[in-house]
Design a protein. Structure first.
Length: 195
């Protein structure tokens, strides 16, 4: 079902998402979280192959570099002009960037298979409240707010509880917009792009 939402753990916090091409999913997420319907969402991909099926990446963004980057609890925003297809307006909203992550956990793999592609990703919480980081709180939020959707009951991933680092990249500039735990390692890793 194109409009189904999924609740799942990530390396940092519990997340909520759905098919990136479903406006119904986007609207339901905005309603559940209580945020502005103009908020852009990140996209989480299964692997490098799935990313490159939708986005033209420069040569320096090779599979190893990206996998090492994403392992540091991080998200990267790339110019939306790099998209191979026109993405739905609700993904980027007014932003010039597509924010992407890659995570292929046991919880997310069947979701990618069911959706047959990437999914939107945002933290599981009411806007303005702390993101949810443990199973019991995630289950309670799900039962209270969205029990008709899908919840990862077999969750084994342990969330770190930390905010991820967010980096915006274009050909002329690299900008860190949020610093997470591994910011120093990420800064060193970003230097490899110009090496």
């Amino acid at each position: 079902m194109k409009s189904k939402l999924y609740v799942y753990p990530t390396d940092t916090v519990w997340g909520i998402g759905g098919d990136i091409f479903s406006e119904d999913c986007y609207r339901k997420i905005a309603k559940i979280k209580g945020h502005d319907s103009k908020k852009p969402l990140s996209i989480v991909f299964k692997d490098f192959k799935m990313i490159t099926s939708l986005i033209n990446l420069p040569n320096e963004f090779n599979e190893k570099w990206l996998n090492d980057f994403f392992a540091l609890e991080s998200t990267i925003g790339v110019p939306k002009s790099w998209a191979k297809i026109e993405l739905p307006s609700w993904i980027c909203q007014e932003s010039d960037f597509i924010s992407i992550r890659c995570q292929n956990s046991g919880e997310l793999s069947p979701i990618f298979d069911e959706v047959n592609g990437p999914i939107t990703s945002t933290s599981l919480n009411i806007t303005g409240q702390d993101p949810i980081v443990n199973f019991l709180d995630a289950k309670e939020f799900f039962t209270t707010n969205m029990k008709e959707e899908y919840f990862c009951d077999n969750a084994k991933t342990v969330c770190s509880g930390r905010s991820s680092t967010i980096v915006l990249y274009d050909i002329t500039e690299i900008k860190v917009v949020r610093e997470g735990k591994y910011i120093e390692e990420i800064k060193e890793h970003l230097k490899l792009l110009s090496a």
